[in-house]
Write a protein that binds this ligand. Structure first.
Ligand code: SF4
Ligand code: SF4
Length: 458
């Protein structure tokens, strides 16, 4: 299937209506220091005119065929803006949404300020809440603390309980760092037992000297990994990240397929099915996930909120024009064209595609720059899941649930005869993409056209 033209692809913007302002002081936060981008003393709340222009333009920027439009609110901490701010957003969305289009709101929060009023509002307006939890208390509180240095776990758990009491849809975002990185199974089991059904794992990779809590001076050479010298001591090590994902996968594949959705596994299954993953980091090209700051400045990506990647301001240019500009298209293309030869030759490139460019700052074994810091972990993880992914593909293509492989993962049935494969992992090509009316390979039970295909096309 030919990918749609750049300007026809779905468009996603991460909105920062309170800029980087947050009530917490998490040690690894990549956004707190963005305060330096804007003059001190200015207000951080997105003004009424900017907000209205944003809602109208964002709706306008979506492809004509999109039946659903998703707004994503993040920070900093968006709940600092109060419920009334979001009531105004919902009213604006009603005013500007064309007939027949469904508006969906997702909001990422640290969970500390959630109360009855917030939860009633989220439930009433069907918000999807992302809540950040790094595992049980002793793992979560290592880096996620408030301005007085106190751990936040207890408050987050209260917020989570309230969401569940009010039956608000939520997913969990977990940052994988040096501290919780050796505890994949424990972290995953804990989140699952808390009732999480959708989980995202985000690796923390901080080049030394960057960020609010930057580590400077000579790098302590912890252990024997030379990469310790170029990243902070909080950053997950590449192989540690691979092991973390493997531990989670081994637990998930024995008990939870079809019941708990782990984003990176869904993405991998898409790749093994021959469908390009929908998540930008695993796609060949990116550039369709932009970020807007509180004053209307639009940037190429949430991870590139930097002067060189400022596309303009929505009060001067419409979002659609900036998002489809040659400059943004070049940003998107660069992800593919800048891959080192090592990636081009890689057996699992169909699933990895070199990962996110923000993490491509190490050299390949041949000395070529531009390799992803997490490469060793990705290789290890994708190699480990290869066999079971193939088994799942067989099930899904036969119209059966991917969850059928759980018995085999538990070792209670012999593994089916291996699919024909070449010498290398993944090299035997992913399967042909499913038809529009086939079951979606992510295991949701919905048709492909109603699930991942529509997500890909926005
Ligand atoms: S730079 Fe990274 S996070 Fe940003 S859009 Fe590209 S892949 Fe995604
Ligand atoms: S696993 Fe490593 S070599 Fe392979 S595509 Fe990913 S980053 Fe490149």
């Amino acid at each position: 299937m030919q990918p749609p033209a750049f300007s026809d692809q779905g468009l996603h913007v991460m909105s920062k209506p309170i800029g980087p302002i947050c009530n917490l002081d998490c040690e690894y936060c990549y956004y707190l220091h963005k305060e330096d981008l804007y003059p001190s003393g200015q207000g951080w709340r997105m003004g009424d005119e900017t907000l209205e222009a944003y809602v109208a333009q964002y709706i306008d920027a979506q492809p004509a065929g999109a039946s659903e439009i998703t707004f994503a609110w993040q920070g900093g901490e968006p709940t600092l803006l109060g419920v009334e701010f979001f009531e105004r957003i919902v009213a604006l969305q009603r005013r500007y949404a064309p007939r027949g289009k469904r508006i969906v709101n997702s909001l990422q929060t640290n969970g500390v300020l959630l109360d009855e009023a917030w939860c009633r509002f989220f439930r009433e307006h069907d918000f999807l809440i992302g809540i950040s939890i790094d595992g049980p208390a002793e793992l979560h509180d290592r880096y996620r603390y408030d301005k007085k240095g106190r751990g936040t776990f207890a408050a987050v758990l209260e917020g989570l309980k309230l969401l569940k009491t009010h039956q608000v849809q939520f997913n969990v975002l977990t940052v994988v760092n040096r501290h919780n990185g050796d505890h994949g199974r424990r972290v995953y089991s804990y989140l699952r037992d808390c009732g999480a059904e959708f989980i995202q794992f985000i690796p923390i990779v901080e080049p030394r000297g960057v960020g609010r809590h930057a580590e400077t001076g000579d790098a302590p050479m912890v252990g024997s990994d030379p990469l310790d010298g170029i990243v902070s001591s909080r950053s997950v090590r590449p192989e540690q990240f691979g092991r973390f994902l493997i531990d989670v996968f081994d637990e998930w594949s024995k008990r939870d397929i079809g019941r708990v959705f782990v984003q990176v596994f869904d993405q991998a299954l898409s790749a093994w099915m021959g469908i390009e993953p929908s998540l930008c980091i695993f796609r060949k090209q990116c550039g369709r996930a932009l970020a807007i700051e509180h004053n209307g400045d639009l940037y190429s990506c949430d991870h590139f909120v930097e002067p060189d990647y400022l596309l303009g301001n929505i009060r001067d240019l419409p979002i659609v024009e900036m998002a489809n500009s040659p400059r943004q298209e070049a940003f998107a293309r660069d992800k593919e064209t800048s891959l080192p030869q090592y990636c081009l030759d890689c057996d699992v490139r169909f699933a990895c595609n070199g990962g996110c460019p923000k993490n491509r700052f190490i050299e390949t074994p041949a000395g070529e720059p531009g390799l992803n810091y997490l490469c060793k972990g990705y290789r290890k993880f994708f190699a480990h899941i290869d066999r079971l992914m193939r088994e799942m593909v067989v099930e899904v293509k036969a119209g059966r649930p991917a969850a059928n492989v759980m018995q085999r993962a538990r070792g209670k049935q012999p593994i089916a005869a291996p699919m024909q494969r070449t010498q290398n992992v993944g090299r035997s090509r992913p399967a042909a993409p499913p038809g529009r009316n086939d079951l979606c390979p992510c295991g949701s039970g919905r048709k492909y056209k109603k699930c991942c295909l529509s997500a890909r096309n926005g």
